[in-house]
Design a protein. Structure first.
Ligand SMILES: Cc1cc2nc3c(=O)[nH]c(=O)nc-3n(C[C@H](O)[C@H](O)[C@H](O)COP(=O)(O)O)c2cc1C
Length: 360
């Protein structure tokens, strides 16, 4: 699969997830089989660029290429400026966020709220494509709400304006994360355009990956929540698609080592104090459903130093290894489907409240 001049090593991508797909996590996913990753969104508003958060989100030092940066905003000039700013800081692909239903983003008429203003989307796309010499991509949903699905029209407009690839979450904005993913709409978009398309939404196993490819004809798959606590899902899917057989779950020893590696990278990226706090959710995902995880969570959530977290995680996995060499598979472990839980900002808060205009 290609994005402009960039030939990806494979067609499996980790989805942009604010608060999750920071540089350490993207690197880990790429090491474990993802061929592509998109950054957490960066606000188009330049007043926010001086914050530590944006500084971290625009730090791509050492990142496996191509470096793709997502921008959220609705003013074509501001988004175009933000695109230039990020290209100057190493972005090799600019992705425009038309997919995020989060209230914080939609209130400012950005993310998936833009889907209800097609002329504005066209101006936004034109401005960004003209502003930068790198490929521009769109991440979108199928439309504002089930009565108004306009992804095909937006995809065709985007292709005509020079957009290099699309990622389509098969739900409308109003659906947030609820209800079945519309593989038919993804297939219709694939039929309507010639540019590469990532299918996205609820892909959580190798078998689902194969089914989504077959049902949509998409060029690539984009995986979000299922990679939380399970970044090796990319190689599991690649193995299944190549051989038709399921890979064995990773060994406990490997998981123990890669979590330690993730944590060290994480503390170096965020600094110790913030790193320890932000690591808690990853450790919760890594150990969801594993025997003894409550005890571990109590320790890592109380911990204020990397040493305490690292030692607790190491002891946890050493004990787990005594029960068996391999990680219990997701099917064996009740509740392991941590990825099935939408993040806080995407649940009720991300859905329109009763009486709120769906297309707002
Ligand atoms: C915690 C979280 C943060 C997200 N942040 C973004 C974001 O910054 N930009 C974006 O386009 N989508 C964002 N999304 C949506 C995902 O990229 C993806 O479209 C969605 O989770 C559906 O895919 P999945 O079922 O594989 O998780 C986010 C999703 C989650 C769970």
């Amino acid at each position: 699969m290609r994005i402009g001049p960039h030939v990806l090593p494979n067609f499996l991508a980790v989805a942009p997830m604010a608060g999750v797909t920071d540089r350490p996590f993207r690197q880990l996913c790429k090491r474990l089989g993802a061929g592509y990753a998109v950054s957490e969104m960066v606000a188009a508003n330049p007043r926010l660029w001086a914050t530590d958060k944006t500084r971290r989100r625009t730090d791509h030092a050492g990142e496996v290429q191509p470096v793709a940066v997502q921008i959220a905003g609705s003013d074509p000039l501001l988004v175009a400026d933000a695109a230039r700013y990020n290209v100057d800081r190493g972005a090799q692909v600019i992705d425009i966020n038309l997919g995020c239903p989060a209230k914080k983003v939609c209130n400012a008429l950005a993310g998936s709220a833009l889907l209800s203003d097609e002329p504005l989307v066209a101006r936004l796309v034109q401005a960004v494509v003209r502003a930068v010499a790198v490929p521009v991509t769109l991440k979108l949903r199928t439309g504002p709400h089930p009565g108004w699905r306009n992804a095909v029209r937006i995809a065709q407009m985007a292709e005509a304006e020079g957009v290099a690839a699309l990622a389509l979450h098969g739900r409308t904005r109003a659906d947030a994360f609820v209800g079945a993913v519309e593989y038919d709409t993804i297939a219709a978009v694939k039929q309507a355009v010639g540019i590469p398309l990532f299918a996205n939404g609820d892909i959580a196993s190798p078998a689902q990956a194969r089914e989504v490819l077959a049902r949509t004809g998409a060029d690539g798959l984009m995986i979000g929540r299922a990679a939380q606590g399970r970044p090796w899902i990319f190689r599991e899917i690649a193995h299944f698609l190549a051989t038709g057989t399921l890979a064995l779950p990773p060994t406990v020893a490997e998981v123990r080592a890669l979590i330690a590696e993730h944590l060290h990278d994480h503390y170096a990226f965020y600094g110790e104090e913030l790193g320890v706090r932000i690591a808690r959710k990853h450790l919760g995902w890594y150990t969801a459903g594993l025997p003894g995880n409550e005890g571990l969570r109590a320790i890592v959530n109380e911990a204020v130093t990397p040493r305490v977290q690292l030692e607790a995680v190491d002891a946890f996995f050493a004990a787990l290894e005594r029960h068996g060499a391999r990680l219990p598979s997701a099917v064996q472990v009740e509740g392991k489907a941590a990825h099935a839980r939408p993040a806080r900002h995407e649940t009720a808060a991300a859905r329109p409240r009763a009486g709120e205009a769906l297309a707002a």
